[in-house]
Design a protein around this ligand. Structure first.
Ligand SMILES: Cc1cc2nc3c(=O)[nH]c(=O)nc-3n(C[C@H](O)[C@H](O)[C@H](O)COP(=O)(O)OP(=O)(O)OC[C@H]3O[C@@H](n4cnc5c(N)ncnc54)[C@H](O)[C@@H]3O)c2cc1C
Length: 407
């Protein structure tokens, strides 16, 4: 059987749904293939940065079902600093926590309402024409021709391998684990990040532990780590979560885990994110901030951009997409990856943390970074500081990478 559409999206997470909503609302014929069922969960911290809130606003997705938060509480050892999201022209002064089971359902429902043909429990893969371009998707024995195939498949797997869009093996990536707990502080208006987590041997871990209050009686508790630390391959995430849990047990008065802790990957690079007939968006394009592991906002933005460019000109869309994503994110993500190598060195990390949380001015910049509020267009102190930091990190980068194993 053969069908045809304008855009075939593989993956119905936030990135894929954003493409589908945007393109279908403009009248394009969109098909989405999601291997999970409707309402499937995604292992996540459920935190929405102000940047993500702005993207949801652009997509006209009401936040009624989400718990709004006013800022971030950063903890480093005994130091604690509570900072409000500042807001401004581009982003609102609030973020949110929205459990993924509900957020992703709201997004994919909006795609269906916009007219997209969403097929759940269907695994898809790209189909290649004789000239090497991607001409559509295959689902079992069915082939669907498409003007553009959008890989929105999350952390790289089979589809990424087929497209040559895997993560760069020389670049860092992350792993994170989460569960849910009951807490009387479930409606706290700040998300909390503890930047000083240690594994069961007392080794500093580049990453952070989080308490993200969901406002529904529960709190998302989790911890993430970067691959730049010594011994990363043998890091036991369950033990790491237990260590973090012990740290926050009293202050959050938490109960037992409400579900078995589950871990997943955080891709932070991609060898390729476009080709003839296809683009990769969201996690499939490695669009995760290495400094905080957040990627929902980038997924929504890249998803919308892919749709807009296809609607403007299907032929130039893939190359144009790659260029514009590069302009918007590449420099910042590169700084983040360099930073990941820096904090892979425990001594440098300790010094950095004293700076990050120690003074108001620096903490505010840290907040902007943690909120995904910085990119190529960021004016002011945060933008300038990040650009300066990148110049310094660029010089240190070869040494940091070379000394990684001995750290
Ligand atoms: C533990 C953890 C905590 C995190 N916390 C946060 C946070 O608090 N805030 C934040 O912004 N980010 C967070 N992230 C990152 C965030 O989860 C991702 O950036 C985000 O989910 C990316 O969205 P996506 O649509 O690109 O991919 P995904 O959400 O992974 O969606 C991909 C979809 O594609 C489907 N799929 C894959 N292959 C196929 C196929 N062949 N056919 C059909 N369907 C397919 C999958 O079933 C899945 O539904 C966290 C990540 C982890 C692991």
């Amino acid at each position: 059987m053969s069908e045809a559409c304008d855009i075939a999206v593989i993956g119905g997470g936030p990135a894929g749904a954003a493409t589908a909503i945007r393109a279908a609302r403009s009248g394009a014929k969109v098909m989405v293939f999601e291997k999970g069922s409707h309402g499937r969960d995604k292992i996540c911290g459920d935190g929405l940065t102000p940047r993500a809130v702005a993207a949801l606003d652009e997509l006209k997705i009401p936040l009624d079902d989400a718990h709004l938060v006013d800022g971030l509480r950063m903890i480093a050892g005994k130091r604690e600093r509570e900072l409000p999201w500042s807001g401004g022209d581009r982003f609102p002064a609030h973020g949110a926590v929205w459990p993924r089971r509900r957020l992703d359902a709201a997004l994919i429902d909006a795609a269906v309402e916009a007219g997209a043909d969403v097929r759940f429990d269907v695994e898809a893969e790209p189909v290649f024409a004789d000239d090497g371009s991607v001409s559509g998707v295959r689902t079992g024995s069915d082939t669907i021709d498409a003007g553009l195939v959008v890989a929105a498949t999350g952390a790289p797997g089979k589809v990424a391998r087929m497209l040559g869009a895997e993560r760069d093996p020389n670049e860092p990536y992350g792993l994170a684990i989460r569960s849910y707990v009951d807490s009387p502080r479930h409606a706290d208006r700040h998300i909390e990040a503890c930047l000083t987590v240690k594994d069961e041997h007392g080794t500093w871990v580049p990453g952070y532990g989080w308490m993200f209050p969901c406002g529904d009686g529960t709190v998302n508790i989790g911890v993430g780590a970067l691959s730049t630390m010594k011994g990363f391959k043998s890091l036991n995430l369950n033990h790491l979560l237990e260590s973090y849990r012990a740290l926050v047990r009293d202050s959050w008065e938490i109960g037992p885990n409400l579900e078995r802790p589950r871990a997943w990957r955080l891709p932070m690079s991609s060898i390729k994110r476009h080709g003839r007939g296809w683009v990769a968006i969201g996690d499939a394009a490695g669009l995760v901030n290495p400094m905080n592991g957040e990627g929902i906002d980038y997924g929504l933005e890249s998803g919308m951009l892919a749709a807009d460019l296809f609607l403007a000109d299907p032929h130039t869309a893939p190359a144009e997409y790659d260029r514009l994503i590069g302009e918007r994110f590449d420099a910042f993500l590169q700084t983040g990856r360099r930073f990941a190598f820096l904090i892979g060195h425990p001594r440098l990390m300790r010094t950095g943390l004293r700076f990050a949380v120690g003074t108001d001015a620096v903490a505010k910049i840290t907040l902007q970074v943690m909120g995904n509020l910085v990119d190529a267009d960021t004016p002011g102190a945060a933008g300038r500081t990040l650009r300066l930091a990148d110049r310094v990190l660029a010089i240190a980068d070869p040494a940091l990478r070379a000394t990684r194993a001995r750290a």
